[in-house]
Design a protein around this ligand. Structure first.
Ligand code: FAD
Length: 429
């Protein structure tokens, strides 16, 4: 079975590795002529590290990662601690796999190297412009057509394959928020020579400040030599804009009056990128014939649950496993290709509900994170501090976290395949 994957982001790479591990032929087409590190830090929750384990890359990732001691949520103005969620062994005990933070460039490079090692054919500088559903082909920029049994659009937020598959324009929906992303070096932060700031940066913790309409996330990456900052606020970018260079003055002004420690950290930042945040709550369909989508191409989300890439790698691993199970099923020897559309529909069926819950959860987090001071915020803070919870906020429900990060996406797909197969087997007999 031959698979073409469009896009070598984390989702496309996870799919490529997963397909190769199943013995499928993989051609990975990536528009960028060179792989450059975009963004800075990324949180990898237990559901995503479980996928990394399945793909054989977890030990290498952990060598370059930091497993935070805890997640700590603070109030925006005085920095008082509202909530603590312990990390490390606690996460492993609860959800069966570690939670870590890592530089995106490291994560991407490790996945890329593994794909190359397994024999994935990777073509950089190759932009896909068209799809032929009848012939199961992609059309690339220079006019060449490439055929495969399965084609997977993993081309991200501004996906071309999504629009071709749907047959109409389908830009992601602007959420009304934007993100400033920045990094600073340990030397830059140390230069402040401030014990209050040191108490925040000299530890392995993901720190979040919550305030009206905004929040900030801060954590160390690259063995603590670099710090990652993401600052979220209402969008003031023109409609349709994507990523632009921001100004540090505007960024600092946006967080004026916030916790002293944060203000001092922001004073050391020299450059920021500004990202418009978009999502799709639920796309009508991901699949047509032998072509399907994964990751941000079909379920982009606000990054307020740290799950966008996690869901993309789950999709990729699940697709590879399902196609591998189909390809190796003795019942379909020589005829498996004809069942590909059914398998892609099975994939869409099991992945859509889960990813929609994630997109909705991130939107719910925006509501609760960004509350203005007042009765609702007080109710939230009582619950965050461990008092009675009258919010109904998913973030505070252990069962919600268990379903979100305790989930084994590949095991779920294997069960779904078994069920499909038993129905198929009955109808064939
Ligand atoms: C501020 C912020 C913080 C985030 N933090 C986290 C986090 O902590 N944890 C987490 O799990 N997620 C996080 N995310 C989400 C995460 O970054 C994305 O969900 C994830 O990277 C999506 O991966 P993907 O492979 O689907 O798409 P992408 O990474 O966008 O990859 C798509 C690839 O396709 C290529 N491509 C595009 N068009 C074409 C074409 N026509 N032909 C060929 N190639 C093409 C692109 O060049 C790109 O390489 C965050 C997002 C933001 C904005």
């Amino acid at each position: 079975m031959k698979v073409i994957i469009v896009g070598a982001g984390l989702g496309g790479l996870a799919c490529a590795i997963s397909c190769r591990r199943e013995g499928l032929d993989v051609l990975l087409l990536e528009r960028a002529p060179k792989i450059l590190p975009i963004g800075a830090g990324i949180q990898v929750s237990a559901n995503a590290s479980r996928i990394a384990h399945r793909l054989g890359v977890l030990p290498v990732l952990l060598e370059r990662a930091i497993q935070p001691e805890k997640l700590e949520i603070r109030r925006y103005d005085n920095g008082s601690v509202l909530y603590i969620r312990p990390g490390r062994e606690n996460m492993v005990q609860k959800y069966g796999s570690p939670w870590f933070v890592i530089h995106r460039a490291d994560y991407h490079e490790i996945m890329m190297q593994e794909a190359i090692r397994l024999g994935v054919d990777i073509r950089l500088g190759c932009t896909v412009e068209g799809l032929d559903f009848d012939k199961s082909q992609v059309l690339v920029q220079d006019g060449e057509t490439l055929s495969a049994d399965v084609i997977i659009g993993a081309d991200g937020l501004w996906s071309t394959t999504r629009e071709i598959l749907l047959g109409h324009q389908s830009p992601p929906v602007e959420t009304g928020d934007l993100a400033y992303r920045a990094t600073l070096s340990r030397e830059e932060i140390e230069a402040l020579d401030d014990p209050e700031v040191k108490a925040i940066y000299d530890r392995q913790v993901v720190t979040v400040w919550l305030g009206p309409d905004k929040h900030c996330v801060f954590y160390p990456i690259s063995q603590g030599n670099t710090y990652n900052l993401v600052l979220l606020r209402p969008d003031n970018m023109p409609a349709g804009a994507r990523t632009v260079q921001g100004t540090v003055d505007e960024m600092r002004l946006s967080f004026e009056g916030w916790d002293n420690v944060l203000t001092k950290i922001l004073s050391q930042i020299n450059s920021v990128l500004k990202w418009k945040l978009c999502h799709h709550e639920e796309l009508a369909t991901w699949t047509k014939g032998c072509i399907t989508l994964l990751g941000d191409a079909c379920h982009p989300t606000l990054p307020y649950q740290g799950q966008g890439a996690a869901m993309a790698v789950e999709d990729g691993a699940v697709l590879g496993r399902l196609l591998g199970l189909l390809d190796s099923e003795p019942l379909f020897k020589g005829t498996s290709a004809k069942f590909i559309p059914e398998i892609l529909n099975l994939y869409e069926g099991i992945r859509k509900s889960r990813t929609t819950i994630n997109v909705q959860g991130a939107t719910a987090n925006r509501f609760w994170y960004h509350l203005a001071d007042g009765p609702m915020q007080e109710k939230r803070d009582v619950a965050l501090r461990g008092g009675p919870d009258s919010t109904g906020w998913c973030f505070l429900r252990p069962d919600y976290w268990n379903d979100l990060v305790g989930f084994d996406a590949v095991a779920d797909a294997e069960c779904a395949f078994e069920e499909w197969l038993s129905q198929k087997g009955e109808s064939i007999q």
